[in-house]
Design a protein around this ligand. Structure first.
Ligand code: FAD
Length: 435
């Protein structure tokens, strides 16, 4: 029997260290470091590496990786508990060597990369000397990759890439891009595309513009890190193919399994922080002679937020536990999709209620709630929209059911009644004399 809701003492000591380190050392950086992905920016270059050294010295660098790549090989439950703390500070994942999309990109490089690709792209990425970009979504559609039209055509020992990509995060800071392109249009739909490693300085790679999220200032030249990219006659050597030709979808799936759980747990940590702010305000602010926390509608907002937050956290932890137990992502796909689908709603609800409870201050730029509300939409779009994940959940769940070939359902009450009466006919007869 083993249903545990506790962390063992030894790992709790690590979590306590992470908690203090994030609170004391990293959270203040979010006000100073413009963008943790901008490795060339001088303030970031001065402040982050010493903290990364401390994390390395503690043995907590890139814990999502196996020991062969310098990580601890922690299971997903431990990673989930750690990521929950890292989610509270924007720079924390970078300080701990597990920031998206580099973490997912390093996973696929480790899995599919050739020794040369690993040496050139993976090793400096793991050391966070460089950052990377995952360039898949296109302007005409992201949720349905079958509509992608960016192509790569072989030409001698090279491939020539042409097309446009949209919302390629961090492309402006990236040393290289992992680009999904159509190489085999005559294959079945899910075998038409391949992944390529494209150094960002390759001629023909052009950032048309950097797009920001709704809370960013479009007039700030440093804002906006989601690139609209044009690839015009971009030539890469044949050895820059990552994985099999036509195997782009397989590579993409490898990338998204663990990453979604880490995102979810980081989001769980963010939700907790917002919830704490909501509660502090409720017991501090007075209106009509009493604290907000005495108002029943405020109490309802707090109760609903707590219930949703705790349910979500348990779903994430259970999913992490199932990944560790089965070691088979296919078997937990519905769980991962459920987490992904639940995340934006809980995040948005709690952030919106926190904003509301803070009144005008909550709606202002002096509090983070407007940003958090938009970020909740980020969580409902990146790595696939909520609707697509709900479809996955429904499909997988329905796979476990068999149809009833009768006109009425198996549990139709008259049928159950008749079955029970037939089974206990002698008892009924003895007691009621009805048979
Ligand atoms: C902050 C952020 C960062 C991102 N980073 C990257 C990145 O680094 N690299 C990258 O390649 N992409 C990235 N994306 C893009 C992301 O993957 C896409 O936004 C996502 O796949 C949806 O594609 P789309 O935006 O084109 O929306 P569309 O495909 O146009 O879909 C629009 C809406 O239609 C609905 N919809 C779609 N499909 C279905 C369905 N099957 N059933 C019911 N309704 C449906 C949903 O409401 C969906 O939101 C990022 C997105 C965001 C918001």
């Amino acid at each position: 029997m083993a249903w545990e809701f506790e962390t063992d003492e030894e790992f709790q000591a690590e979590l306590d260290w992470v908690e203090e380190f994030v609170t004391e050392e990293i959270e203040p950086l979010d006000f100073i470091v413009r963008n943790p992905y901008d490795v060339a920016e001088p303030i970031r270059a001065e402040l982050l590496p010493p903290l990364q050294e401390k994390v390395r010295a503690r043995g907590l660098w890139a814990c999502h990786l196996g020991p062969e790549l310098g990580g601890r090989g922690y299971g997903q439950v431990k990673l989930a508990l750690m990521n929950e703390i890292l989610g509270r500070a924007r720079s924390a994942p970078t300080v701990f060597g597990c920031q998206a999309p580099d973490s997912g990109n390093s996973e696929i490089l480790a899995h599919y990369g050739t020794p040369e690709q690993k040496e050139r792209f993976l090793e400096p990425l793991l050391r966070n000397e460089i950052v990377s970009c995952y360039s898949m979504t296109e302007p005409q559609g992201g949720a349905d990759p079958k509509v992608f039209t960016t192509t790569a055509v072989p030409d001698g020992d090279e491939w020539v890439i042409n097309g446009e990509k949209w919302f390629s995060s961090n492309a402006r800071y990236a040393e290289f891009l992992i680009v999904m392109v159509v190489t085999d249009p005559d294959n079945p739909p899910y075998q038409q595309q391949s992944m390529f490693l494209v150094p960002a300085d390759t001629p023909g790679v052009e950032i048309v513009r950097n797009v920001g999220l709704g809370y960013e200032d479009p007039s700030d030249p440093d804002a906006g890190s989601h690139a609209y990219i044009r690839y015009t006659d971009v030539r890469v050597p044949a050895e820059n193919l990552l994985g099999e030709r036509g195997g782009g979808f397989v590579v993409a799936q490898t990338r998204l399994g663990g990453g979604r759980i880490h995102h979810a747990m980081r989001t769980s940590g963010r939700i907790r922080r917002i919830f704490d702010m909501m509660c502090e305000r409720a017991i501090s602010r007075t209106t009509q002679g009493e604290l907000l926390s005495r108002k029943q509608m405020v109490q309802e907002m707090i109760a609903d937020s707590w219930i949703e937050m705790e349910m979500f956290r348990l779903l994430v932890l259970r999913t992490a536990w199932r990944i560790d137990k089965y070691q088979d992502y296919k078997r937990v796909r519905a769980d991962i999709s459920a987490v992904k689908a639940a995340m934006p709603g809980v995040y948005r609800n709690v952030a919106s209620r926190a904003l509301q409870i803070h009144g005008s201050l909550g709606a202002s730029w002096e509090m983070p709630f407007a940003r958090e509300v938009i970020e909740s939409f980020h969580m409902g779009l990146a790595d696939g929209p909520t609707e697509v994940h709900k479809v996955q959940v429904a499909r997988r769940v329905l796979d476990g059911y068999v149809p009833c070939d009768d006109l009425f359902p198996t549990r139709h009450l008259p049928r159950r009644q008749a079955e029970a009466e037939a089974r206990f006919a002698d008892v009924l007869e003895r007691h009621l004399g009805t048979q």
